[in-house]
Design a protein around this ligand. Structure first.
Ligand code: DSN
Length: 419
């Protein structure tokens, strides 16, 4: 960062502050991760200078022969990872990937059936303030109050009642396995497309630790920066030649202009990493850490939605403790732990307050934390939550902050970067 530090001290200071924040906090936000330096180099490369509207060998600008190679490399690697035929690697974000799928397969006013936000679904699966809830007729399915698991009987009966044109399988805070085969059976019964949004689970999917939505889903979307540990962005995947044509037109010129070629190169780098044996070991550790963290919290009497996890995340149910998600998020942040408040199924509190916390292990595992460290993290969280419930959180902050610092110092983040 020598150029930035000399040219723009204000901007450099912001970079420095953020690097120090990431180094000094335990990152438990389930949708975040720490990319490799190689991914960051590609994202910060000269490919940022290139306009390349269109697709490889079919561009609207000259000089695209090199960036074409970047896009083809990303496509070849991501289709190999998921075992599918076609990919569009241009979406700037997961929301835009889902928007492009809707734009390609649906008309305004069509019905979709997705997991409701309250049950753990994503905003773009039909929530009312988003394009998905405003332009489409969105019906939401949920989970069983008793088990916390997707209620497939409800999905089927809502599908039969509303005859959606598209069903979304996928979530933002559902820690359990999704039965994509069952979703496809329901979709076929009502003649709906099946979209699987595996943004959270993608790293587990490509390493065989979570079910692959192929061959069941007609279309699959995923972000590239969560468990996949790539740059911020997304991809759309399918096995259908007909659908990839529609999807490509929907991404460009439908909803996006020039693709971010530097990010597409960085996606290719991350996909190369995800195809390695080292990544499989990483994801195995992520899963082991997450299961251990959830178990230790439960051992300490902290409620976990659905009684555990099959993925990189666990959702804490704070209702019995009488603490809100908002209070818990703020208290943990004061101790150096970053996580997010999250609704729990049948949450009586609004999304700005909530009765839950979503905790993920992808970023901490990249840092090097293993079960021993996640055991300690679960003990720290339990201590803070119980102190909050007892109304004496202030009394534990000093001790807890020092335990967090010890963990962060033992596993330095980006030691190669200087500031
Ligand atoms: N923020 C991401 C998530 O947590 O699921 C996507 O919106």
């Amino acid at each position: 960062m020598t150029h930035l530090s000399k040219r723009d001290r204000d901007a450099f200071d912001i970079f420095k502050q953020e690097l120090l924040r990431q180094r000094g906090q335990i990152e438990l936000i389930a949708s975040e991760n720490f990319t490799s330096l190689a991914v960051m180099e590609a994202a910060g490369s000269v490919l940022t200078n290139k306009y390349a509207e269109g697709y490889p060998a079919k561009r609207y600008y000259g000089g695209c022969e090199v960036v074409d190679k970047a896009e083809n490399l990303a496509i070849a690697r991501v289709t190999k990872m998921f075992g599918c035929k076609y990919a569009n690697v241009q979406p700037h974000s997961g929301a835009q990937a889902n928007m492009a799928v809707y734009f390609s397969l649906l008309k305004p006013g069509d019905t979709i059936l997705g997991m409701s936000l309250a049950a753990g679904g994503h905003l773009t699966h039909g929530a009312s303030p988003t394009f998905s809830g405003r332009w489409l007729k969105a019906i939401g399915y949920g989970v069983s109050e008793k088990t916390g698991l997707i209620d497939y009987d409800q999905v089927r009966s809502l599908a039969q009642q509303h005859k959606p044109k598209l069903i979304v399988a996928g979530a933002s805070s559902y820690p359990r396995t999704i039965d994509f085969k069952r979703f496809r059976e329901i979709s076929d019964e009502v003649g709906a497309y099946l979209l699987a949004d595996v943004a959270h689970y993608a790293g587990l999917v490509v390493t065989g630790l979570y079910p692959n939505p192929f061959p069941h889903a007609h279309v699959v979307t995923t972000t590239t920066h969560k468990t996949l540990r790539g740059p911020r962005g997304a991809v759309i995947l399918t096995d259908s030649e007909d659908l990839i044509g529609k999807i490509n037109s929907a991404v460009f010129p439908g909803i996006q202009g020039g693709p971010f070629m530097h990010i597409i190169l960085a996606k290719a780098v991350a996909f190369g990493e995800a195809l390695s044996g080292e990544f499989k070991q990483y994801m195995t550790n992520v899963l082991e850490n997450s299961k251990l963290m959830a178990k230790r919290l439960m051992d300490n009497g902290i409620g976990i939605v659905s009684g555990g996890t099959d993925s990189h995340m666990a959702v804490v149910d704070l209702r019995e403790l009488g603490v809100t998600g908002k209070q818990a998020e703020i208290a943990l942040e004061q101790c150096g732990i970053a996580c997010n408040k999250n609704g729990v199924p049948f949450d009586p509190l609004p999304p700005s307050v909530t009765s839950g916390l979503r905790l993920g292990t992808a970023a901490g595992t990249t840092r090097g934390f293993r079960v021993k460290e996640f055991d300690e993290i679960a003990q720290i969280i339990s201590k803070v939550l119980k102190a909050l419930a007892a109304g004496n959180a202030d009394s534990v902050y000093a001790e807890v902050r020092s335990r967090v610092s010890k963990l962060c110092e033992a596993f330095p983040l980006y030691p190669e970067l200087s500031c």
